[in-house]
Design a protein around this ligand. Structure first.
Ligand SMILES: Nc1nc2c(ncn2[C@@H]2O[C@H](COP(=O)(O)OP(=O)(O)OP(=O)(O)O)[C@@H](O)[C@H]2O)c(=O)[nH]1
Ligand SMILES: [Mg+2]
Length: 405
């Protein structure tokens, strides 16, 4: 028997090669896709089909000879060599390598890149969120069971549409419905007025009027805009007296982070110092007692990185009179920001800053974060420009954004 392996771009080409070289009696005994470097479906290189064929010696020119691979006998001995059985078996022999190839291709396709995996995880999370929302819309929750449920339900949809998280939306609707006479429950406008009053009270409980401390430490997840926000605040504080402001960066792990802080400092003539350890930070802060404002930048920390929280805590604990500002992005999903708030609750954060309001049209996160954390919003940012894209917001301003966009 002669056995030979071929490489081809697809099965069609492989069959032609086998037929040309080994004759029509040749039988394909295996096929598999391979990388040119020999690895199965690696990420790099070109994939070809490797096909192994066999033919009985001397059969190439003699198509009437018996096939190299015979159909096995049926258990009963019936049908051996008979037309139908033999034909089916022959077809099966030809099709099986192709099926194998398809199976291997499918396996190859299910191995995604980490990026694709992460996109799929995001998609799955989104779908789960939509499912939860739909379930709550059509489910048998308290809202639907209410006799005047239609208006209350519309209110609930409205809140969800504004980005208020589900539990807070339910609580608001229940409180509003409980306060209104049953005869007026169908009046959506009246419900909305009462809703605004409830939300205003919730925000007011957290939103205090006192000015932030002289020394402020900025913490928060990676890339939310801590350094840029510090630059905006420092630029404003330094308008009349640049010497009265100091920026200290403790983000020494990334060279680019120090450079970024230095660049911002230079552009507004504000001094920037680097602190490489908690003691160094404490010393630098003590030396800055003549400064009116000291802004301390920290490296972004994933809320799942508990070790990083210990080191942040170490820095903060050594500072007297420092106020911790938690910087969050308004573009976070409600479920994520709840997790972030819980993780950061191990730090003594006293105010929130919401960034990237320009990147969304749904501002429910303002309300969600204030109510969940019980902390006021010190300011919000609305773009990348330093120092322009920074706003402070009063309670009506927050409410307006949340309810009307
Ligand atoms: N659209 C928009 N982008 C912003 C805003 N604030 C900051 N950015 C951008 O967000 C990106 C990250 O900003 P940084 O200030 O470096 O964020 P960070 O939190 O200090 O990042 P790490 O130190 O790496 O954790 C930059 O491209 C900023 O220009 C904002 O309000 N709106
Ligand atoms: Mg930074």
């Amino acid at each position: 028997m002669r056995v030979k392996t071929f490489e081809a771009v697809d099965m069609k080409q492989a069959l032609n090669l086998v037929k040309d070289e080994m004759g029509p009696r040749a039988v394909i005994v295996s096929s598999r896709p391979i990388k040119k470097d020999g690895k199965l479906f690696g990420m790099l290189g070109r994939t070809v089909l490797e096909v192994t064929a066999a033919v009985e010696e001397g059969e190439k020119e003699d198509p009437v000879n018996v096939r190299t691979v015979r159909a096995p006998d049926l258990p009963s001995g019936r049908g051996r060599g008979t037309g139908a059985y033999h034909d089916i078996w022959t077809i099966k022999q030809a099709v099986e390598p192709v099926l194998d190839e398809i199976r291997t291709l499918k396996e190859g396709l299910s191995g995604h890149t980490p990026e694709e995996e992460s996109q799929q995880t995001d998609l799955r999370a989104d779908v789960a969120q939509i499912r939860t929302m739909l379930a709550s819309f059509v489910g048998s929750g308290n809202i639907q069971a209410d006799p005047q449920g239609a208006a209350a339900q519309r209110l609930f949809y409205f809140l969800m549409g504004r980005g208020i998280d589900e539990a807070l939306s339910r609580s608001l609707v229940q409180r509003v419905v409980a306060r209104i006479d049953s005869g007026a429950l169908g009046d959506l406008e009246r419900l909305k007025l009462n809703l605004a009053a409830e939300m205003r009270a919730d925000i007011a409980r957290a939103q205090r009027g006192s000015a932030p401390s002289r020394i402020q430490v900025f913490v928060g997840p990676t890339g939310v805009g801590k350094t840029t926000t510090i630059a905006k605040l420092a630029a404003r504080a330094a308008r009349s007296a640049p010497d009265s402001v100091l920026i200290i960066t403790t983000d020494v792990h990334r060279v680019a982070a120090v450079e970024q802080a230095m660049r911002f400092g230079e552009s507004m003539s504000v001094q920037v110092k680097v602190a490489i350890s908690p003691e160094d930070l404490r010393r630098t802060v003590l030396q800055a007692e003549n400064k009116e404002k000291v802004f301390i930048d920290t490296p972004g920390r994933s809320h799942r990185d508990t070790t990083a929280f210990r080191s942040l805590r170490g820095n903060i604990d050594l500072l007297d009179d420092a106020e911790v500002m938690l910087v969050l992005s308004a573009t976070s999903r409600a479920a994520d920001s709840q997790e972030i708030l819980e993780a950061y609750s191990v730090l003594p954060c006293s105010r929130l800053i919401l960034t990237k309001l320009d990147e969304t049209r749904i501002y429910g996160e303002l309300y969600n974060c204030i109510v969940r954390s019980g902390r006021p919003i010190a300011c919000v940012t609305t773009g990348q420009a330093v120092p322009e894209h920074l706003e402070t917001m009063d309670i009506p301003g927050i409410l307006r954004r949340v309810l009307h966009g």
